[in-house]
Ligand binder design. Structure first.
Ligand code: MG
Length: 504
């Protein structure tokens, strides 16, 4: 057992007062998981009531005068990093709960829960006008939220900070500027390849769910998925959720054909799962229990999904197994299989995008969101702005808004400032991979060894997972890699990989 992380008397008292909040949070996570997996649909409203009640008790506990006073008045100068982080995380949570009136939270929650259905209907009917009034209201309230919380340089900073602590518009502008040109050049090289647009009939092969589940079982065994502490279930959209460090759950989904996603989603969610499962036990049920940030989390899912999961050595293992379980695989060579998993193709839909074009989907949303909060664009003009930017970045224009501005759920839930973390996290995965290879040897060499997976997991646990939320994503990277966040490792990875896939 490591020595005690928490010894300061005030901090120990704070952690004691936090325990009921951690308990309520864990219960809410379980209720969320249930509502996405096995809950009968008719229970949605009842469940909304129960979750709302738990959230209200949790808020009350967080704002208890004794806890607030301890958090505000504890002198941090003699504290260690873990203890300081407890204060940092709780100060932020208390500030949000204190500055935003309960009435506003009720209004916003009601609006977004209604908007979910309206957005879904607008998307289904391909009618942006149906959703526009709600979107206008959500934006108006989000601007009000920014007013409550305040900002220093840019109103959108406040929204980014909700999801990625310490990141600002200035950081994100610099980041997107650094990736725009190299990614455009890379995409142009790929488009110039003879292999670009090669017909890929694997995506049309229908499959049996039971067959693909055998392949998923193989992958999870290979990844050392611990069934005594982890679960895999099915939901409309794949996700991961930590009920506690010893109960981390992930989901996948199945379609009629095109089995790739059922493989990649398992790898992706596994990356999230292992991050939550490998935190230090001393952080369990404290404010530091979960991963550092959205981008940090995504850096783990994308590392396992793409850099490790689609590495030729791993892909070949999956190919050999796939031939055992999927009868149609007999017709396909490893090269076909590899191209199916790594195909680059500009398309309309973000969640289906490949590793190269994905970032343009995010860049577009980032630029549009920023314009919204700079009051530079009206809701009515969003579909056209969307299509113009799609054409500019990817050379494709969706023929209908369902495939364009209406495709993502986030805005209906009031999640502005969330999208940049998807792209940032992916680029962070490049930094983790580079440093893993520095310590353990190149993936080309080590991934063939049976013990490489546990070794990679142990390295990630030591350098990242064990710390939970102790450090922000910027600090975590600096500490583990001795460098600030940079886009170079991931750009190098893309260049090296796709020059091979597309022969240039
Ligand atoms: Mg994810």
């Amino acid at each position: 057992m490591d020595k005690n992380y928490f010894t300061n008397k005030n901090i120990l008292e704070i952690l004691d007062l936090y325990k009921p909040i951690a308990g309520l949070e864990s219960a809410s996570e379980l209720l969320f998981w249930d509502s996405e997996t096995y809950m009968p649909k008719g229970a949605a409203e009842d469940r909304g009531f129960v979750v709302g009640q738990l959230a209200a008790i949790s808020q009350e506990k967080l704002l208890e005068p004794k806890l607030k006073k301890l958090v505000k008045e504890t002198d941090s100068s003699t504290l260690n990093d873990y203890e300081k982080a407890v204060l940092r995380v709780l100060k932020k949570a208390i500030k949000i709960q204190e500055k935003i009136p309960a009435e506003f939270i009720k209004e916003f929650t009601k609006l977004t829960s209604e908007s979910h259905h309206i957005w879904a209907e607008a998307k289904e009917k391909n009618n942006f006008k149906l959703f526009a009034p709600n979107l206008e209201k959500i934006i108006e309230l989000t601007k009000k939220r920014i007013d409550y919380l305040g900002f220093e340089d840019h109103p959108y900073d406040t929204l980014i900070d909700d999801f990625e602590e310490g990141w600002t518009v200035k950081d994100c502008d610099a980041y997107f500027n650094a990736i725009k040109t190299p990614l455009t050049e890379l995409l142009n090289k790929i488009k110039g390849s003879a292999k670009f647009n090669a017909p890929c009939s694997l995506k049309n092969e229908p499959y049996q769910k039971a067959d693909i589940q055998k392949l998923q079982d193989f992958i999870l065994d290979f990844l050392k998925f611990d069934k005594s502490r982890m679960r895999l279930d099915t939901s409309a959209h794949p996700f991961e959720i930590a009920i506690s460090p010893n109960d981390v759950r992930m989901t996948t989904r199945y379609k009629e054909a095109d089995f790739k996603e059922s493989v990649t989603s398992v790898m992706h969610e596994f990356g999230h799962t292992i991050y939550e499962a490998k935190g230090s036990e001393q952080l369990s049920f404290t404010p530091l229990q979960h991963g550092a940030s959205m981008a940090s989390h995504e850096s783990q899912s994308r590392l396992w999904e793409n850099i490790i999961g689609k590495h030729p050595v791993i892909l070949e293992k999956i190919y050999i197994e796939a031939k055992k379980y999927l009868p149609f695989m007999q017709k396909y060579s490893f090269e076909d299989f590899s191209l199916y998993f790594n195909e680059v193709q500009p398309g309309f839909i973000r969640v289906e995008a490949d590793e190269v074009t994905y970032h343009f989907h995010i860049m577009l949303r980032y630029e549009i969101e920023k314009m919204i909060f700079e009051n530079k664009v009206k809701v009515v003009d969003l579909p056209e702005l969307w299509n113009t930017k799609m054409n500019e970045y990817l050379g494709v224009v969706p023929k209908m808004d369902s495939l364009g501005v209406l495709q993502d759920i986030h805005w209906s839930a009031g999640y502005f400032g969330y999208f940049p973390t998807y792209s940032l996290g992916t680029f962070m995965s490049g930094m983790w991979a580079k440093n893993l290879e520095k310590s353990l040897g190149s993936f080309d060499k080590i991934l063939g060894n049976n013990n490489s997976i546990p070794e990679i997991q142990a390295w990630l646990q030591e350098n990242m997972h064990q710390f939970g939320q102790t450090y922000t994503s910027k600090e975590l990277i600096r500490q583990a890699t001795n460098a600030d966040f940079t886009t170079k490792p991931f750009l190098d990875y893309l260049e090296k990989k796709y020059s091979k896939v597309y022969d240039f």
